[in-house]
Design a protein around this ligand. Structure first.
Ligand code: B1M
Length: 210
């Protein structure tokens, strides 16, 4: 059995190369990708968040952990594929304006892709009008909006308003998420669904498309 707590510690220390090796080793030893993700990596990022909040870790160190996490996710990506059949749906996903957090959004995109959706990941710091253009261009069934800061949550609402102003609100289902986002907020602003994590995002997208 792989030492998952050592993986967590290496992620917190931001040692990307060592983390990649350890994740690969854990997989080779038979540990499932979801166990590595849910038992070692996500709890590790939570510790990083707590230390950041307490002033025990600073932005450059947090960035090193974030980079290490992204490298680990690259290894896990092909292994996290869901068993369900392809849905054939198209999803545009991005992080809202003013927000640079992309690990969770990329994880959601990855889960959706492995569940059979066609994903257009438009990136971070995306303005409402850019989301509108992406919806006009790609005509997705679902638009996914991610926000990790309480200060950027209003941009989700602004994006929904921009879709409304451009006559697109009824042509696309809007799914939202991110640490500060809640079900209540989603219904208040007229989003079609909220998902607390990547696994539920995949289930939600399927239910929205049906
Ligand atoms: Co930032 N940051 N950060 N940060 N950062 C948080 C979010 C924070 C909670 C840390 C803290 O203080 N405890 C705090 C926000 C407080 C608040 O607003 N309530 C915070 C802050 C304050 C900031 C800055 C303002 C700090 C500063 O500069 N003073 C700054 C803002 C920059 C900006 O965006 N404009 C900042 C910067 C950064 C870094 C750049 C250093 C880095 C981001 C690097 C990157 O993403 N490439 C960073 C990081 C890494 C974090 C923490 C530590 C980790 C986030 C993460 O990746 N989690 C974070 C603390 C924390 O969350 N524990 C923190 C792991 C990821 C798998 O989870 O992103 O929650 P998460 O995604 C989940 C779900 O939320 C959900 O599914 C995902 C997978 O299960 N989900 C969706 C996400 N999007 C979804 C979309 C969906 C559905 C579900 O549908 C479309």
């Amino acid at each position: 059995m792989a030492d998952l707590s050592a993986i967590t510690e290496t992620l917190i220390s931001g040692k990307a190369a060592a983390l990649k090796d350890m994740v690969q080793q854990a997989i080779d030893q038979g540990t499932s990708a979801s166990a590595i993700l849910n038992t070692a990596l996500i709890p590790g990022m939570d510790v990083v968040g707590e230390r950041m909040e307490n002033g025990d870790m600073f932005i450059p160190e947090v960035l090193m952990s974030a980079r290490a996490m992204s490298r680990a996710l690259e290894i896990l990506k092909p292994l996290l594929s869901a068993e369900e059949s392809k849905s054939g749906g198209k999803i545009v996903i991005g992080t809202v304006k003013g927000d640079l957090h992309d690990i969770g959004k990329n994880l959601v995109a990855m889960m959706l892709e492995s569940a059979g959706f066609d994903i257009i990941n438009v990136g971070v710091d995306i303005a409402p009008e850019t989301f509108v253009q992406a919806v006009q261009k790609h005509k997705p069934q679902v638009l996914g909006l991610s926000a990790l800061l309480t200060t950027t949550m209003p941009q989700i609402q602004k994006t929904i308003e921009a879709l409304q102003e451009n006559g697109l609100k009824d042509q696309v289902k809007i799914m939202i998420g991110g640490a500060p986002v809640t079900e209540k907020f989603a219904s208040q602003i007229g989003a079609d669904g909220y998902a607390p994590d990547a696994g539920s995002a995949s289930k939600l997208a399927k239910s929205l498309i049906q």
